[in-house]
Design a protein around this ligand. Structure first.
Ligand code: SF4
Length: 301
């Protein structure tokens, strides 16, 4: 089962400040990323993952995790453009490369699982993540079906997880596909629309009320992931750790009644230099509030 630390690895793993392309290890986390996953801009380190399969990522707590990236290998495509996105800003990572086809994904995944099977190192989790929003793929539902079939064939003990910003869960096909996976992990950074527009920055229309309604419709099976941070951007305070943001968010979380809430914060450099980590004390306070409401919750610092 993917836990909050593993979410942290997928969302926040990146090279050290001094890292250079080709330096693939990060001993502080005990895992290794493929060298080609690192690309650098002049302003900040960012991560662009291979596609359609990357890893496996070896984590002390997770075990062996295989990444599935439904976006191109040379850029980022997302329905958000988060100020903290470690793939970089959308405008800086444009790509005209087509998305991998359903067939390319299933063939690459099956080949990788056969290879891992031969090596006696099957994955513990298959995680949809990578260079943007996975549900943007027009055949996301079919690819989930293929992945479950391959999981059942080669590694029946492994979980299938999807990290999504939840912008497309109002689409029936996306909702139905997410209902089939073991860990359906939905982003909800705040319920303040102005904050979402300023920090998560949807690239299209965004209707928070409709998205929350669909989150409720998962009937307690979904996991909510929330980024808490501080700092300012262009003179705007982006601290969402105080009661102004936490209390309304908590009320909506209670209504959604998720299986679990995972909160985390930024780590080291972000695309926008004005962002800062939330402190351990701030995150612990939010976890306590969730626990007081009877909601399972954990924090990654
Ligand atoms: S939703 Fe995820 S991939 Fe998309 S911009 Fe935000 S952090 Fe980046």
């Amino acid at each position: 089962m993917l836990d909050s630390y593993d979410i942290y690895l997928y969302l926040c793993c990146k090279p050290q400040k001094q890292a250079t392309p080709g330096n693939t290890s990060d001993s502080s986390y005990g895992f290794h990323l493929p060298a080609q996953s690192f690309q650098y801009s002049n302003t900040m380190p960012t991560i662009i993952y291979p596609s359609p399969i990357f890893g496996p990522v070896k984590s002390r707590r997770l075990g062996i995790s295989l990444g599935i990236n439904l976006l191109p290998p040379d850029g980022k495509i997302c329905t958000f453009d988060c100020l903290y996105c470690e793939c970089g800003f959308n405008a800086e990572k444009r790509t005209t490369t087509p998305l991998p086809s359903r067939k390319e994904v299933s063939t690459a995944l099956e080949n990788k699982l056969i290879e891992m099977s031969r090596e006696g190192q099957l994955p513990d989790v298959l995680t949809f993540a990578g260079n943007g929003e996975p549900t943007i793929h027009p055949q996301f539902g079919e690819i989930i079906d293929d992945t479950i079939i391959l999981r059942n064939k080669y590694c029946p003990g492994a979980k299938v997880s999807v990290l999504t910003n939840a912008t497309l869960i109002t689409r029936e096909k996306v909702f139905n596909a997410l209902s089939k996976v073991d860990n359906n992990i939905l982003k909800l950074d705040t319920v303040d629309t102005d904050y979402i527009m300023s920090v998560d920055r949807p690239t299209g229309s965004y209707d928070l009320a409709s998205i929350v309604e669909r989150m409720k419709a998962f009937n307690g099976t979904a996991v909510i992931q929330t980024m808490f941070m501080k700092g300012s951007v262009n003179g705007r305070n982006v601290d969402n750790t105080g009661d102004k943001y936490v209390i309304p968010w908590l009320e909506i979380i209670r209504e959604i009644a998720p299986r679990e809430v995972m909160i985390y914060t930024i780590d080291r450099e972000t695309p926008h230099a004005g962002l800062q980590k939330a402190t351990k004390e701030e995150l612990d306070r939010i976890v306590s509030l969730l626990h007081s409401s009877g909601i399972k919750a954990s924090a990654s610092y």
